[in-house]
Ligand binder design. Structure first.
Ligand code: MN
Length: 294
């Protein structure tokens, strides 16, 4: 099953080139704030599944709708750094995810397949793409064993972990700008995923293939990531885990189009646009005169 969120919080099932609107069957008010309908749907999925599958209601063309990020208001957005050896080599990193652990990105950085990546006005800094498989958590879980880890996964999506480079600024800030975590174009539910440990993934900037890898090369594998994340923090339905990027990261700029494709999961292209400005405060503490009483 491919579950989409579209046109202002509506929920749909992708069937070929069409979307069947199942907002009513999902029990979601698209206008609610905070927009936690998808989190509730994932939590209630076993009870709602039959009604969703039986839905015959209005069909729309996928190409005609605005695709939104599937889970806009998760409890958290977890990300694993340096989880492919070739990316470790290109970054000159001294660690890998299996010994370093995870970090968090701001949930508000999530956008969907129908949105744009907005690059902040940060003179002299590069903004990079990272091509990643997203795990969408399906149930509350803590201290999960490797054996039980697969049962925690609701589904999979494509994810771009957009990043301002430079180690002088906190990683959380560099990766948390609005629009810096496109996820989509939908959630492929785990029961329809043949083998997530052997997925080809690609990312292009315009027509140039920048990243091409396979999830078999993950340093910390999918069960390992769930085991590690849940050893520190309770996982909740709808939590998103960014599994790390392979080599080939590079700069994006206004005017580019970034395309990600993960075998069996989906494909999405987002335009890159320039922000209206106002972000260049990273060096604020250095540029500002010292206060007298500091
Ligand atoms: Mn990343």
């Amino acid at each position: 099953m491919r579950i989409v969120r579209f046109n202002g919080g509506r929920i749909g099932l992708v069937r070929g080139d069409d979307i069947t609107d199942v907002t009513a069957e999902a029990g979601i008010d698209p206008t609610e704030f905070p927009p936690v309908g998808m989190v509730r749907l994932i939590a209630d999925f076993p009870a709602r599944r039959a009604a969703l599958e039986a839905a015959t209601g209005p069909a729309l063309k996928l190409a005609d709708v605005h695709l939104e990020t599937p889970v806009p208001w998760p409890n958290k957005l977890i990300a694993f750094p340096v989880n492919y050896i070739d990316h470790r080599q290109e970054m000159g990193s001294t660690y890998v995810a299996s010994t370093r652990g995870f970090f968090l990105k701001a949930n508000s950085s999530l956008v969907g397949a129908g949105d744009a990546i907005i690059v902040p006005a940060l003179p002299g800094r590069e903004v990079h793409h990272e091509c990643e498989l997203a795990l969408i958590i399906g149930r509350e879980a803590r201290n999960v064993s490797r054996e039980d880890a697969w049962s925690c996964i609701f589904g999979y999506s494509c994810l771009m972990d957009i990043t301002v480079r430079g180690t002088d600024i906190e990683r959380v800030m560099r990766k948390s700008y609005d629009t810096f975590t496109p996820v989509g174009p939908w959630i492929l539910t785990a029961d329809d995923m043949p083998d997530p440990t052997q997925l080809d993934m690609k990312l292009w900037v315009n027509d140039e293939l920048r990243q091409h890898a396979n999830t078999r090369d993950l340093v910390l594998d999918i069960p390992g990531m769930i085991e590690m994340a849940s050893s520190a923090t309770t996982l909740y339905p709808g939590d998103v885990i960014a599994t790390g990027t392979p080599a080939g990261v590079g700069p994006i700029a206004a005017g580019d189009t970034v395309t990600i494709e993960i075998e069996g999961v989906g494909r999405m292209s987002l335009p890159v646009v320039a922000s209206a400005g106002g972000e260049d405060i990273a060096m604020w503490h250095q540029a500002r005169p010292k206060a007298k009483a500091e």
